[in-house]
Design a protein around this ligand. Structure first.
Ligand code: MLC
Ligand code: AMP
Length: 487
C-alpha cells in the first residue's frame, strides 16, 4: 500500500475539508494535523469527540498521520454506551474542540484541544516541512468503530490502514472518483459511512469534502451550485430531500448538476428512487457494506443502476450466497442465500473479542454479513432482508434490539419488554417497544415519554423507541421465548 493519505505528504493549496465551523486547504490540514500528530505520536489509541466539525475531522486526520488508532466517539452517546466504549477501547488521549465540555466517562483521559480557529500556525501559503512520521504497515489498525450486534453492548471493529485504502481505491474504480471530485454530505463522522467513505475518502483521492452539518434541499442545491460533484446520504436523507425538491423544483434541478448521487447504509425504496430521479434527472446509485467489511458492492458510475439492487462486487471482492437454514420448518425461496464475503477491505477483528471474531466467519474463512440476497440476471446483488430479526436499521443506524431491551428492563416501571423494528417511510424502520408495565395503572403517556428519555440518555438518542406500546403480556412459544413475529 502506498501512503494512506498521499495528498497530505505533498500538500497543495487546493481545498480539503469544509465544515460549518471552518475550512482548510491541504497545506493547512497537513500543518494542523501533523502538529497534532506529533503530540499524540506513540499513544496506544486516541478518542476523538466526533461532532460534524473541522476540529473533529482534523483530529481524526492527525491520528491517521501519526499512526495512532482512532476511536471516533458519538458525541450523543449516552452514559452507559460511552462508559462501555471507553472501557473497551482504553484510549490514552481524547481530542476535542476547545471549550467543549466532555462527559465524566472521558474525564480520566489526557485531553488535547484541536484548535482550528486560527486554522494553521504557519498560515496558508507556507511551505513549512511537515514532520509526518514514516507510513505504518498496511496491517496496522487505523480505526476502532463501535457497532451494535444482536445482543450485548456494541463491539469495536478494528479497521486496518490497508483495508481502508483498498476499499476506497475499489470505490474510486467503481465511481471514477478522483481528486477533481467535491463531495457533499451531512453524515455523522463516527460511523463508516460518513467517516471512511465520507471523510477519509475525499482526502485519499486528493479531492474535497463539504460537510453540510445538516441536509435539506436548498442547502444541498447551494453546495452543488458551488461545485459539489458527488452526494452521499442514507435513505432517510433522500426521502426528506425528495419532499424538499417537490416543494422547490429549482433546488432539485440544481442538485441534478452533480455527477453522482449515492445512497447506502440501508435500502432506498423504489418510490424514493423514482422521486429523486424525477426531481433531479439523476438515478441514485446504491452501495452496500457493513462496518466490519467496509463497502462490498456498488452500482458503478459507468452502468445504468438497477433499482432494487446494490450493484456489483467491488474489485478484489468476493461475494457468495450460502444456503439458508430452513426457518420454522419452511424452506427458503429458491435463489436466496446468506451473503458471505471475502476481500482486502475486511476488518481485522472485534477488539479483544476473539470468540466473537471467530464466530463472524465461516470455517473456510468467509465473513457472514447476516444479510439475505439473490443475484439478478445481470449479475447484480439484490438484498431481500436480514437473518436476525433482532437487528434494526433506523435512519441508517444499526441498532440491536437486545441493547434497548436491557436498558428498558433497568427502569422500575418495566416488567417485560420486546423491542422490534417496524416499517417506516422516513427511517426505514422505527423502533417500537412493547412494554408490560409493573403497574398497569401507571402506564400512561408520561411514562412512555420517560422510557424514551431513559433510553436516549443511557444509550443514544437514535436508539430511543419512537413508540411505546403498553401490553398485558408478550406472546411466547412453548419454550417461553418471545415470538416477535407476532408483535
Ligand atoms: C429527539 N432527540 C432527543 C430525544 N428526542 N435527544 C434526547 N432525548 C430524546 N428523547 C434529538 C435527536 O438526537 C436529534 O438531535 C434531534 O432530537 C432530532 O431528532 P430527529 O429529527 O428524530 O433526527 P432523526 O430523524 O433521528 O435523524 C435522521 C438522520 C439520522 C437521518 C439525520 O438518523 C442520521 O444521521 N443517520 C445516519 C446514520 C449513519 O450514518 N449510518 C451509517 C452506519 S455505517 P440532532 O441534534 O441530531 O438533530 C453503515 C455501513 C454502510 O451502515 O453501509 O454505510
Ligand atoms: P452497519 O453494521 O451499521 O455497518 O450496517 C450494515 C448493514 O447495513 C448491512 O448488513 C445491511 O443490512 C445494511 N445496508 C448497508 N447498505 C445497504 C443498502 N444499500 N441496501 C440495503 N441494506 C444496506
Amino acid at each position: 500500500m502506498s501512503a494512506l493519505l498521499p495528498a497530505l505528504a505533498d500538500p497543495t493549496d487546493e481545498p480539503a475539508l469544509r465544515f460549518p465551523d471552518g475550512a482548510v486547504t491541504y497545506r493547512e490540514l497537513a500543518a494542523l494535523a501533523s502538529d497534532l500528530g506529533v503530540r499524540i505520536a506513540g499513544r496506544s489509541r486516541v478518542a476523538v469527540w466526533a461532532t460534524p466539525t473541522l476540529a473533529a475531522a482534523t483530529g481524526i486526520t492527525a491520528g491517521l498521520l501519526a499512526g495512532v488508532p482512532v476511536v471516533p466517539v458519538n458525541p450523543k452517546a449516552g452514559e452507559r454506551e460511552l462508559a462501555h466504549i471507553v472501557a473497551s477501547s482504553a484510549p490514552e488521549v481524547v481530542l476535542a474542540a476547545p471549550g467543549v465540555e466532555l462527559p465524566a466517562a472521558l474525564a480520566g483521559l489526557v485531553r488535547i484541544d484541536v484548535d482550528v480557529a486560527g486554522r494553521v500556525p504557519g498560515a496558508a501559503g507556507t511551505t513549512r516541512p511537515v514532520p509526518v512520521p514514516e507510513e505504518p504497515p498496511a496491517k496496522d489498525p487505523a480505526l476502532v468503530v463501535y457497532t451494535s450486534g444482536t445482543t450485548g453492548p456494541p463491539k469495536g471493529a478494528v479497521l486496518s490502514r490497508g483495508a481502508i485504502a483498498a476499499d476506497l481505491d475499489a470505490l474510486a474504480d467503481a465511481w471514477a472518483w478522483t481528486g477533481a471530485d467535491r463531495l457533499a454530505h451531512a453524515l455523522p463522522i463516527f460511523h463508516v459511512h460518513g467517516l471512511v467513505l465520507g471523510t477519509i475518502g475525499p482526502l485519499r483521492r486528493g479531492g474535497s469534502l463539504h460537510h453540510l452539518g445538516a441536509i435539506d434541499g436548498q442547502r444541498l442545491a447551494v453546495a452543488v451550485a458551488e461545485g459539489a460533484t458527488m452526494v452521499f446520504g442514507v435513505p432517510t436523507h433522500y426521502h426528506r430531500l425528495a419532499a424538499d425538491f417537490e416543494a422547490d423544483p429549482d433546488a432539485g434541478r440544481t442538485v441534478g448538476r452533480a455527477r453522482l448521487l449515492i445512497s447506502g447504509s440501508a435500502a432506498l425504496t423504489a418510490v424514493d428512487h423514482a422521486r429523486i430521479e424525477k426531481a433531479t434527472g439523476l438515478a441514485v446509485r446504491e452501495r452496500y457494506g457493513l462496518t466490519e467489511t467496509l463497502i462490498l458492492t456498488a452500482a458503478r458510475a459507468d452502468e445504468e443502476p438497477e433499482v432494487g439492487t446494490v450493484g456489483r462486487p467491488l474489485a478484489d471482492t468476493e461475494v457468495r450466497l450460502a444456503p439458508l437454514p430452513a426457518a420454522d420448518g419452511e424452506q427458503p425461496d429458491e435463489g436466496l442465500g446468506a451473503v458471505e464475503v471475502r476481500g482486502p477491505q475486511l476488518f481485522s477483528g472485534y477488539l479483544d473479542l476473539p470468540e466473537a471474531t471467530a464466530a463472524a466467519r465461516t470455517a473456510d474463512g468467509w465473513f457472514r454479513t447476516g444479510d439475505i440476497g439473490r443475484w439478478t440476471e445481470s449479475g447484480l446483488l439484490a438484498l431481500v432482508g436480514r437473518q436476525a430479526t433482532d437487528l434494526i436499521k433506523s435512519g441508517g443506524y444499526k441498532i440491536g434490539a437486545g441493547e434497548i431491551e436491557n436498558a428498558l428492563l433497568e427502569h422500575a416501571a418495566v416488567a417485560e419488554v420486546a423491542v422490534v423494528g417496524v416499517p417506516d417511510p422516513d427511517l426505514g424502520e422505527r423502533i417500537v417497544a412493547h412494554v408490560v408495565p409493573t403497574d398497569r395503572a401507571a402506564a400512561d403517556d408520561d411514562l412512555a415519554r420517560g422510557l424514551v428519555d431513559h433510553v436516549a440518555a443511557l444509550l443514544a438518542p437514535h436508539k430511543r423507541p419512537r413508540e411505546v406500546r403498553f401490553v398485558e403480556s408478550l406472546p411466547r412459544n412453548a419454550m417461553g421465548k418471545v415470538q416477535k413475529k407476532l408483535l
